[in-house]
Design a protein around this ligand. Structure first.
Ligand code: HEC
Ligand code: HEC
Ligand code: HEC
Ligand code: HEC
Length: 169
């Protein structure tokens, strides 16, 4: 029954060698902490946690810019975080005297969310910016922090009080 077994032994030897190579190669390339918590590299968590924080969070912004926060509460942008428009500003929040957030171009920022697109929910307010404003900056007519037109006269396109509290001058 086993008289012509030789070719099978050769095949088994080749497969064993392949398995051995695989085990050695795997041990060499799989990071040490892989599988520590799950099917990923455990050390990645500490690495990500040690990155500098870029986003301060709206509570921090509102602590100093109380005037903007109060105004934002009155309009439909109350749902937005400051940094959704102003970008990650942790560096400014830590050191407002030396780091000033860049001026925003409202024609760009507003269109990012409000440019009409049939993929957006129908209930979301959207405009075809080319027809709606014809290139005029959106904050000529809309106050960015309180954008609803009916209660915002065009001439008050700046934050109403201009006061900033809790900050270095
Ligand atoms: C510790 C107080 C403080 C915190 C926290 C703070 N700011 Fe400010 N912010 C200031 C001061 C002071 C100025 C005025 C500095 C200037 O004009 O250069 C300012 C100015 C600004 C300006 C206007 C810049 C310009 O054009 O004059 C923007 C926009 C702004 N902050 C956004 C933010 C956002 C967004 C956050 C939250 C991530 C934030 N700030 C957190 C104190 C603060
Ligand atoms: C819908 C987008 C949007 C959101 C949300 C937003 N801002 Fe603004 N903000 C703007 C635009 C646009 C300007 C006008 C252009 C500029 O000064 O960069 C502005 C201007 C400012 C200014 C300077 C001029 C002013 O009106 O006083 C400050 C300070 C400011 N924002 C702070 C904040 C803070 C704090 C928050 C969160 C409570 C916030 N913003 C949320 C878009 C936004
Ligand atoms: C990050 C996304 C985002 C950006 C950027 C943004 N908006 Fe909005 N906007 C919203 C959301 C969310 C609402 C609330 C929609 C709702 O109530 O269903 C809103 C509401 C509005 C409304 C009220 C519409 C209505 O009928 O109630 C106007 C007007 C408006 N935004 C104008 C602007 C202008 C002008 C800018 C630029 C300064 C801007 N938006 C930037 C998300 C955004
Ligand atoms: C010349 C003034 C003016 C400019 C500039 C302007 N708007 Fe408006 N916007 C209005 C008026 C007035 C209304 C309210 C009447 C209406 O619905 O058309 C309005 C309404 C809106 C609405 C609510 C639409 C809805 O269906 O509820 C959004 C969103 C909006 N504008 C976004 C923008 C954006 C984004 C820009 C910049 C690209 C911009 N607007 C520039 C005057 C302006």
């Amino acid at each position: 029954m086993f008289k012509d077994i030789e070719h099978l032994v050769r095949l088994a030897a080749v497969m064993l060698l392949a398995l051995l190579l695989f085990i050695v190669f795997r041990a060499a390339v799989v990071p040490k902490s892989f599988g520590q918590y799950g099917h990923y590299r455990g050390a990645a968590i500490a690495e990500i946690a040690s990155r500098p924080v870029a986003i301060a969070g709206r509570e921090v912004c509102e602590g100093c810019h109380t005037d903007v926060a109060d105004q934002k509460k009155l309009g439909s942008h109350v749902v937005l975080s400051c940094e959704a428009c102003h970008g990650a500003q942790a560096k400014h929040a830590d050191d407002p005297a030396n780091v000033t957030p860049p001026k925003l171009d409202s024609a760009v920022v507003c269109a990012r969310c409000h440019e009409a697109n049939s993929a957006k929910p129908k209930a979301f307010p959207q405009v075809v910016t080319a027809d709606h404003s014809g290139g005029i900056a959106c904050d000529t007519c809309h106050q960015p922090h309180k954008p609803n037109i009916e209660d915002t006269p065009a001439q008050s396109a700046k934050t109403t009080t201009g006061k900033r509290t809790g900050a270095k001058p």
